[in-house]
Design a protein around this ligand. Sequence first.
Ligand code: SF4
Ligand code: SF4
Length: 280
Amino acid sequence: MIITVASGKGGTGKTTVAVNLALSLDSVNLLDCDVEEPNVHTLLHPSDIQTSPVTVPTPIVDQEKCTLCGKCAEFCQFNAMFVGKTKVMIFNEMCHSCGGCVIVCPEKAITEVERPVGNIHESDIGNIHLVYGELKIGEPIATTIIHSVKTHISKDGLNILDAPPGTACPVLETMNESDYLVLVTEPTPFGLHDLAMTVDVVRELGIPLGVIINRAGIGDDGVVNYCKENDIEILMEIPFDRHIAELYSRGVPFVQEMPEWRQKFKDLFNHIERLIKNAK
Ligand code: SF4
Ligand code: SF4
């Protein structure tokens, strides 16, 4: 089972929900797919971490064999190659590792080498097996690392995925194949705006979804009314609470200090599990 926690923008409490939900259940595979700014581990403080590199095939040109015919640059859809007067240049950041240039080169002058673009980290913390990816600074293509994180999805167990913020490719890559989406928002006009944008995208994917309102009590009724009008279930409301905010500012998941919330998250999971079963 794959439950993805997402939000239209950062700072809404998405990671807090993913972590508190995971801590409230028995055995969870928790995957942080926010590879540009992973922060699940900052709440769980893993100690024994295994790290493995993520690499992508990247072309290199043997300038001795190259006749500067230009076929590689002509083929490349991503403008990652430039054929100059004396040599071919490759812009690694723009390369999508499609391998096409290797095939089209008539002189067999292009080969591929593995280039590191980030890392995957793994650790066990109590009931949680944590996997998080980290994109190298300067590397633009997050989806490669997200894909690597998702290879750690357990087929038989429960997987909770913390998605990157926004509605762009990395979010869709994360949500893809999910059984259920939990969208976390705030009851403010900004929260509503981002929620509506995310719902529009998610509805295209056809994945069932529900909303958690974080910092309930601030703002207005816009999100509640929107959910009613669009037949979206509000799964939980987390109040704007001084104690929760203070724990958050200290990097402490609030279920660890407020055990009554563990049952609420357990109930939330049981409810989502029923919704997933009924949808199948
Ligand atoms: S591998 Fe694909 S994307 Fe990269 S340079 Fe070659 S053709 Fe362009
Ligand atoms: S296709 Fe091959 S031979 Fe032609 S410019 Fe590119 S690398 Fe050189």
